[in-house]
Every structure is written in structure tokens, then in C-alpha cells.
Design a protein around this ligand. Sequence first.
Ligand code: PLP
Length: 374
Amino acid sequence: MIYADNAATTRLDDEALNAMLPYLREQYGNASQPYSFSRSAKKALKDARETIASCINANPEQILFTSCGTESDNWVIKGLALSHSTSWRVAVSEIEHHAILNPCKQLEGLGCKIDYLCVDDKGIVDCAEIAKLEASPNLVSIMFANNEIGSIEPIKDLCRVAHKRESLFHTDAVQAVGHLKIDVQNLDVDLLSASAHKFNGPKGIGFLYAKNPNLLSPFICGGAQEYGLRAGTENVASVVGMSVALKKNCEEIDANKKHLMMLEDILLDALKTSEMDFIRNGADERIPGNISLSFKNCDGEALLHLLDLNGICVSTGSACDSKNTRVSHVLKAIALDEDYARGTIRISFGKNNTVNEVLKIAEVLVKSVGKMNL
Ligand code: PLP
């Protein structure tokens, strides 16, 4: 099996798994209990919070643990609106993940106004899109990097313009954390979402960075965990796994980038020499290893299955987003020609992929596209 769908999820790092095991076995104490048996769990949570904060240049009190990227995003979009009136206004890019778009739809149903910001043909939001909005949004939310085409948004500039309009700024950095250097103080973002399984951590755990956590009202209500902002018994083992995986990935960012760019070049060179008619989607600045390819007059889904028959896991870049279309909202937003859009797949390499695997993918891809174009 060749796994090349690392934008969907990544393999759990061995060191992260080993760090988790004691908290799943012997150290199972509830981290919120005062007795000494729980001390180790409590300390593990504290240490993990510090480690995660230092990876993005935040303070530990600004890191709030959640169950995943989707929860972090929902907390920002719906949780903030909850504590304000229906006059709450949000601006998001039209290529956000559904973890942002669908809560926005819910807010619209409740009478809130959502502005959808256009992107260019590379998937980039221009600062002018925020500047020209008729009314100032209360919140602007723009993803750090797009999950389908990998484009990296100019977050620092977008945040500056949002602040000029006195809007809070959130970025869904689920695809970026652990893969790109992120300094929340330098970016000046107010809120940032992340998810552990995208950076070789466990599934079912994520975090939300909040510059000022007091702005957030609790989204999941119950006990006093997470400073009373996110109730539920702490998932100590997963938090520990997330912190180990994030620290390791952050230390390896430059080396991983170099390796991934080398793999990208090998794949693209092999495809170019085959003289297939294809487009690589996205901006020049992309998440390393994220390769969205659109093959003319092909069927992305059929291509995915042909690759699967050869033991290769990739993703379709044109997943159905409604009953009537087979082209995703992202590909529509970048106005990709329909003849190419339908033949889109996303290959996303991870740090564990090898040159031989890439050569095999290229070989199978060339054969499969060739068959489809007969
Ligand atoms: N945001 C983006 C950009 C994503 O790519 C994903 C997952 O693919 C999510 C949010 C949701 O994250 P999770 O799977 O942790 O809920």
C-alpha cells in the first residue's frame, strides 16, 4: 500500500504513541481530581499545553483543547455568535472547509449576515475583498492553507486589514500547523484552529488558540475544564500525543519541506515527460507535498479507483458537494475549466513517503490517464 493522502490524515508518530500509552494504562486518573493519583495526569496536561503554546509562540493560557479541527472551527463561528446578537456579521472565504461553511449556513438560518469573500484563480483572497465590504464584519475567518489545492493565504496582511475594520480575525490552520512555521504573535491573529491527526498526532484531539480566551463563551457546557470554557473530562493521552507530534514536526519543518519538495519535483517531472494534458492547481506558495492535479477529459473518481486497485491511496479533488455537481466548491471558486475540473485528484505526500513510492504513483497515473483518454 502506498499512502499519499496525508492532507486527509497522517500516520500516528511512534514517539507520540509511546508517550500516550502510560495515560491509557497506569496513569488513568481524572486530571481534574485533587488527589495525588491524578497529579501525573494534571502535570502531563500542563506540560503539553506549554509545549503546544511554544510551537506557535503563544502563552499556555491561550491554548484550549478541543476534540478536533471541526470543533475548534464551530466554536469560533457559532460560539462567538451565541454570545452576541443576530446582528453578528461574519466574513469567510468561499473556499473554506465545510467545518467553517456549514456552521456559517446555520448562522444564516438564524438571521446572521455572512459575507463570502472571492478568491482568484490560485485560490488567494485579496485584502481588498475585506476592505471593500459594505459593513464591517464582527469576525473574519480565512483558512491558513486550503486543504484541496494547498494554497497558502496571506494571513498576516488579511489580518491587518480585518483589524483596521475592527473585526476579530480567525484562521483555520488545520492544514498548516506542524507543516509551516506559525508565530501567532507575529501574525497577530485572534483565533487559530488546529487538529492533531494532520501532523502525525492522534485522531479526536485538536486545539484552539485564542489571543484573549475571555472573548469566547463556552460552546460545550458542563464542568470547569479548560478554564470553564470547554467542558468534558480531559483527554490526557491524546493531548500528550498531540504535543509530542507537534513538537517533533515543528523541529523537522525545514527537513520535511525539503524532502516533500523533492518528491513533488520527481512526480511532476515524470508526468510532464509523459506529455499528458494536465494542470497543477493552487498558488506558488503551497503546503509542501500537496499536489492537486486536473487531467483533461478524465474522471477524478474513476482515477482514484484505478489507483486504489494498484494499492495507492489519494483523494479526489472533485468530491461531490451537492447532488447536481461533481466539482467541489473550491474548484468552482477558482473557476477551473470544467473539462479539467472533473479529472481532479489530490496527492498529498507526507514525511514517510519515499522516492520509489512516488515513481510507482507516476507510473500508475500515466497508465490510468492513458486508458481513460483512449
Ligand atoms: N479544516 C480544514 C482546512 C481541514 O482540512 C479539515 C480536515 O480535513 C478540518 C478543518 C477538520 O478537521 P478535523 O478532521 O480534525 O475535524
